[in-house]
Write a protein that binds this ligand. Structure first.
Ligand SMILES: NC(=O)c1ccc[n+]([C@@H]2O[C@H](COP(=O)([O-])OP(=O)(O)OC[C@H]3O[C@@H](n4cnc5c(N)ncnc54)[C@H](O)[C@@H]3O)[C@@H](O)[C@H]2O)c1
Length: 337
């Protein structure tokens, strides 16, 4: 059986996902696309045999030829499309963020809970990265004891002009926030944001880098150094310190070269290069689960929790003090996710 997917928003990541859905993965085809920029949608569809172009996301969701929906439009538009997908009873894969505010995420959670089944998956692809999975297996396996601290770094070489200072937290650090919750099967209890010396490369009004401290309910503390002007490449780091040892992400999967008293390897250019395999595994897992009548991957609850932690982080950045995270009660639907 081939799963017919409709894609809403065919910008950078929408086109990258269409490439993998069309040329890399199996059991799926892109049957429909749409974008507020209809010319862009038509151009993209021209390379997709048999794909229709819809004037709006709502039309695409209502199309009986679309079995499942991929939302890759701008974050503030996600809520409406995810709610429409739920109302149509279709499985929805939504790129992060699930929605940009706690209230919007909560409305999605309520709508999904009302259907009694999971229809929403959120694109936190690091959960599918080989290195993060190997790290989680060590942490969960307990072979080096109980986890105490995690050190993480999220360094972007640069960011486009539309990137605002808030996005260091709710666009970049959001991935580390999801990793922390997933790595330790735990919720975030409080967030503190420290502002080190500002990089001379930072744009006007940006605190860059940031040091984001996540206190987990278990007492584990995760420190995330987040920077969007690292210049030299896309550098993602992680180390978990346990009672009897440490586990860290290995360097990039590329070759290590030794010569003339030095050694080194390649630093990925961007998130597409670093996480290309994670995106492939994430989507194939979702496609297989949807074809079998279910879903897979981070839930609407995970999307809600990440957005709440980001909002708390932005509050902590503004206040300069530790801010507790306050979340609604987790509905039963998500108790096993
Ligand atoms: N998982 C990741 O690591 C990752 C990486 C990049 C982007 N993203 C997320 O993917 C989403 C898109 O990011 P992008 O970098 O591709 O942005 P982009 O600006 O390149 O593309 C977004 C597209 O959505 C279209 N669009 C905007 N509003 C729309 C609407 N109401 N209906 C239909 N189409 C609409 C735009 O015209 C554009 O073509 C964002 O939520 C972003 O956070 C996730």
């Amino acid at each position: 059986m081939t799963l017919n997917v409709g894609v809403i928003g065919v910008g950078m990541i929408g086109q990258d996902h269409i490439r993998r859905l069309t040329h890399v993965l199996s059991g799926v085809r892109v049957a429909a696309v749409t974008d507020v920029d209809l010319d862009r949608a038509r151009t993209v569809a021209a390379d997709l045999p048999g794909a229709s172009v819809h004037a709006t996301g709502e039309d695409l969701i209502a199309d009986p030829g679309v079995d499942a929906v991929v939302v890759t439009s701008w974050g503030p538009t996600h809520e409406g499309y995810v709610l429409a997908g739920i109302a149509a009873g279709k499985q929805v894969f939504c790129e992060k963020p699930l929605a940009t505010t706690e209230d919007a995420c909560s409305r999605i959670v309520d709508a999904e809970v009302a259907t009694g089944r999971r229809l929403v998956s959120v694109g936190f692809m690091r959960r599918y990265d080989d290195q993060y999975r190997a790290m989680k297996a060590v942490v969960t396996g307990g072979e080096i004891g109980v986890a105490l601290v995690m050190h993480a770094a999220h360094r972007n070489p640069s960011v486009p002009d539309f990137f605002t200072s808030d996005m260091i937290i709710n666009d970049s650090t959001v991935h580390d926030i999801d990793v922390a919750r997933w790595m330790f099967d735990d919720e975030i209890a409080a967030v503190t944001v420290l502002t080190p010396r500002v990089s001379s490369k930072a744009r006007e009004g940006f605190n860059d880098p940031l040091l984001v401290l996540l206190e987990m309910e278990s007492g584990v503390i995760v420190d995330v150094e987040a920077s969007v002007n690292a210049g030299f490449g896309y550098d993602i780091r992680g180390e978990v310190v346990c009672e009897d040892g440490t586990v860290e992400l290995s360097e990039s999967a590329g070759a290590i070269v030794k010569g003339a008293g030095r050694f080194g390897g390649r630093v990925p250019a961007d998130w597409r290069e670093r996480f290309v395999r994670a995106f492939d595994v994430e989507f194939q897992t979702w496609i297989d689960a949807v074809a079998a009548g279910g879903t897979a991957g981070p839930s609407a609850w995970d999307g809600y929790a990440a957005t709440v932690a980001c909002e708390t982080g932005l509050r902590a950045l503004a206040s300069g003090v530790r801010e507790p995270v306050t979340m609604r009660e987790r509905p039963d639907l998500y108790k096993e996710s």
